[in-house]
Write a protein that binds this ligand. Structure first.
Ligand code: RP5
Length: 167
């Protein structure tokens, strides 16, 4: 088992997905989690996808995040080649606004799961990956709790402002 890779691997089907997927890497960075980002296509570079997925665990990756739009076979193709947890991010990339990608990855055959988040839900993919890592890393668990507390306080502050209690 190698340790040269970061704990999270992010792969997307096209450079056109980067705008949606970049916030995933940013959220991981905010949580102190390093990641690698790759662009590979299940339909256009299937061999590279298989090679990356097959070698992921051996390189030290712990969680894989795959974003794709349209036919969106990428998360399933990764899950078919790796025993690591795979989180799928459906991307709004066609006139079907991501529903095509959602349906392409959520209904996986038994034994080959893809944990699918919402359309363009790249930030939640990062949080879910962090929660998986946190099961074995108290520091990440603590940072997740701090993030949850900040988000709670943010909503409470918004409520106060809307009621005129705070400017
Ligand atoms: C998918 O097709 C990609 O993930 C992208 O969301 C969509 C369009 O790809 P490009 O035509 O922009 O390369 O495979």
């Amino acid at each position: 088992m190698g340790t040269d890779a970061p704990p999270v691997g992010i792969v997307m089907g096209s450079e056109s997905d980067l705008e949606v997927m970049r916030p995933c890497a940013d959220m991981l960075e905010d949580l102190g989690i390093s990641c690698e980002m790759r662009i590979m296509s299940a339909h256009r570079t299937p061999d590279l996808v298989a090679e990356w997925a097959r070698g992921a665990a051996e390189r030290g990756l712990k969680v894989l995040i795959a974003g794709a739009g349209a036919a969106a076979a990428l998360p399933g193709a990764v899950a078919a080649e790796s025993q690591l947890p795979v989180i799928g991010v459906p991307i709004d990339a066609t006139p079907l606004r991501g529903v095509d990608a959602l349906y392409s990855m959520v209904q996986m055959p038994s034994g080959v799961p893809v944990a699918t988040v919402s359309i363009n839900g790249a930030k939640n993919a990062a949080v879910l990956a962090a929660r998986i890592l946190a099961t074995n890393d108290p520091e990440i668990a603590g940072r997740l709790q701090e993030m949850t507390a900040r988000r709670r306080e943010g909503v409470i502050a918004s409520d106060r402002r809307v009621r005129g209690e705070e400017q």
